[in-house]
Design a protein around this ligand. Structure first.
Ligand code: AKB
Length: 316
């Protein structure tokens, strides 16, 4: 079957690189990018772009019908820090967009859905080390509440209507092409840009705050691998735990110092510290590895090399 893929939220941090990778696999003409705002030049020039309001069923359905879309990757979301400032807006965007896409899948307009969950589904009462696939989930953020609820809806639509919806609990994602916006893990991207531009960085988390993280290339490969996996391999219809590395701000600073010896980090924790303090430090992703063969490639030192190289080359 010839797949036509719609990426909703294609201009965000993950959406930008995901869309480009999908275009190399499925052909530029078969991957439609959509968002409420335009994206970077590469994204806009490499294939079709449509403006979409992810919270309007009519807006999403119009694009699906116009392009005969078969699969949707729903990447539009309000992240943890921003959603704490706008709780109802965050809930509306994160939930309504998902329910719209699940309904369209139930009514057979599309046959497969990807929806991102997050380590934010876990809360202060979840085990922090080797956080299991199935454990207590009592998130203390609006974003986390929307992600647990979304996972339950995904599971419900699969159990009740047979919808083929797949999901991953992303850790903090680190990339150099498009910056993230409004997350608690954003420091781990900003620190590399500031290291190149100013050789110093003031971190909004404390030096020993350990969080699960992943380089973008790994995140994109995992997402596409999960979507391409044979249905018999998908045993979780909530979302899969996914891990690559865990580190603290102090550890990433030391890794940067190996390349930029005079780089300096200072710490000035703000409201995001309280969010990070409720999240896991290390995730157990055994199920993803066993069920559909997930393997990460990037550790902290390899990622640091790639980040510094790419940001410097791009800054020239
Ligand atoms: C955030 O920090 O809100 C996100 C996430 C971990 O889902 N990067």
């Amino acid at each position: 079957m010839n797949e036509v893929i719609l990426v909703i939220g294609a201009c965000g941090q993950i959406g930008t690189e995901l869309t480009q990778k999908l275009r190399t696999i499925y052909g530029n003409e078969n991957v439609i990018a959509s968002d409420i705002k335009e994206g970077n030049a590469e994204l806009m020039s490499s294939g079709t772009f449509e403006f979409v309001d992810a919270t309007s069923k009519e807006s999403v359905l119009n694009i699906i019908e116009k392009h005969k879309v078969t699969q949707v990757y729903l990447m539009a979301a309000m992240l943890s820090a921003t959603a704490e400032k706008h709780p109802i807006k965050g809930w509306d965007l994160n939930m309504n967009s998902l329910l719209i896409v699940l309904e369209l899948a139930k009514d057979k307009y599309i046959n497969k859905v990807f929806w991102p969950s997050s380590i934010a589904t876990f809360g202060a009462t979840s085990p922090k080390i080797d956080t299991p696939q199935k454990t207590i989930m009592e998130p203390l953020t609006v974003y986390g509440i929307s992600k647990v609820s979304g996972e339950l809806w995904c599971n419900y639509y699969h159990e009740k209507y047979g919808v083929d919806v797949r999901s991953i609990r992303y850790p903090g994602i680190i990339s150099w092409k498009t910056k993230p916006g409004g997350g608690t893990t954003d420091y781990a991207v900003d620190i590399y840009f500031k290291a190149i531009e100013e050789k110093k960085y003031e971190c909004f988390l404390s030096e020993d705050t350990m969080l699960p993280m992943m380089y973008m290339n790994d995140a994109i490969n995992a997402t596409i691998q999960l979507m391409q996996a044979d249905e018999s391999k998908i045993k979780q219809r909530m979302a899969y735990n996914l891990a690559a590395m865990s580190f603290t701000p102090k550890e990433v600073a030391l890794s940067i110092k190996e390349h930029i010896p005079d780089f300096e980090i200072t710490y000035n924790p703000d409201f995001r510290q309280a969010i990070a303090d409720t999240w896991p430090k290390i995730i157990d992703d055994t199920e993803a590895r066993n069920d559909w063969g997930w393997e990460h490639k990037f550790d902290l030192s390899l990622m640091t090399k790639e980040m510094l190289k790419n940001i410097s080359e791009n800054n020239k």
